[in-house]
Design a protein around this ligand. Structure first.
Ligand code: SAM
Ligand code: SF4
Length: 328
């Protein structure tokens, strides 16, 4: 099997595949209140998504994460999970979801072959939850988390974006919630995607600040767990859960980056913090089903993966994409 290597000797083993830009929430850090969504023909079809998964796994990618937008608003999502789960070289097929539809869909996803779930949850206060998501219902997400556990998903990870003045007072509550339910948790620094305003930089809360809040109650010890990604994991003496910190601004992880993204429009993004992209959808529509050609284009593109992202230490570089289009 040929491998996906870049000029800096990094091997790409991990693909984030965005399946929709649509979502039932409107999280303040992710999309505008009144987003303009893509038309169906602009979005990769189920077959195109599966072919992209096939090409990447034949090139040595062993982990695929489905994301969006909210993957579960796409009604054929469990069919995609089934198709991808059968790829022989795939070791892990995971999904990042806002959890709002898991009470209904968790058993199907488990049966279709999904191996892991990340579920986003930024607060345990129902009013704050509705304010941050602009319309979400906290109790549905908590019921979704419980349904996922009941369906047999283990090592579920909660993702929390912490914003100063919005939910930085919720950090300990979130840690206690995860301790009580044996869930791992990753605290994510807000990334400067979409339109940046002065308000956005003022609410930036660094991983070091979040860690300091936790350590007032629970001393943390660095864990051996690594993912060749942006997260650093810690543990507490009296719990086996992992607490991760994803810090695109304050800790540069580019030298060991092993991942690329394919957006919902089929653009292969070589780095989240750069605009370099290759249009796989155009190629697939010009040469339907030509996996050999797709693999050739992907390999050549990976060679040009940028050395590092362009986010400044204070989040001052602006990338004019919203997270739901990029695929978080
Ligand atoms: N809808 C799903 C969800 O919310 O989990 C999947 C897509 S969402 C874009 C994936 C992850 O990106 C979520 O955990 C979300 O909190 C995070 N996210 C969205 N916008 C972000 C931003 N500007 N900075 C950092 N993380 C962001
Ligand atoms: Fe939707 Fe996820 Fe973006 Fe929130 S973070 S608006 S749930 S895609």
């Amino acid at each position: 099997m040929s491998l996906l290597l870049d000029r800096f000797d990094r091997q790409v083993e991990y693909l984030r595949l965005s399946v929709t830009d649509r979502c039932d929430f409107r999280c303040v850090y992710c999309m505008s209140e009144d987003p303009c969504f893509l038309n169906k023909d602009q979005v990769l079809s189920l077959e195109e998504l599966a072919q992209i998964g096939q090409a990447f796994t034949e090139l040595g990618v062993s982990k695929i994460r489905l994301t969006g937008g909210e993957p579960l608003v796409r009604t054929d999502c469990d069919q995609l999970v089934s198709a991808l789960a059968q790829l022989p070289n795939l070791r892990e097929l995971s999904m990042t979801t806002n959890g709002s539809r898991l009470t209904k869909l968790a058993p199907n996803l488990k049966a279709a072959g999904l191996s892991r779930l990340n579920i986003s949850l930024d607060t345990l206060n129902p009013e704050k939850f509705t304010a941050l998501t602009r319309n979400g219902k906290l109790e549905r997400v908590i019921a979704g988390i419980d349904a996922a556990k009941a369906a047999g998903f283990d090592r579920i990870k909660i993702n929390a974006v912490i914003l100063k003045g919005h939910n930085d007072d919720e950090v300990i509550n979130l840690v206690d919630f995860c301790r009580g339910r044996s869930l791992n948790i990753a605290f994510i620094e807000e990334m400067p995607l979409g339109v940046i305003s002065e308000r956005k930089t003022a609410r930036h809360c660094s991983s070091d600040e979040v860690r300091a809040i936790i350590e007032q109650k629970y001393p943390l010890v660095l864990s051996a767990e690594r993912t060749a990604g942006p997260a650093r994991y810690y543990q507490m003496a009296d719990s086996d859960i992992h607490i991760g910190f994803i810090s695109p601004h304050s800790h540069n992880f580019c030298h060991e980056c092993n991942r690329v993204r394919v957006t919902v429009e089929g653009k292969l993004l070589l780095c989240l913090g750069n605009e370099n992209a290759v249009d796989l959808k155009a190629l697939l529509r010009e040469h339907p089903g030509d996996i050999a050609r797709l693999k050739q284009v992907i390999s050549e593109a990976i060679w040009h993966k940028p050395k590092q992202h362009d986010f400044g230490a204070e989040g001052d570089t602006q990338i004019l994409r919203f997270m739901n289009v990029t695929g978080g």
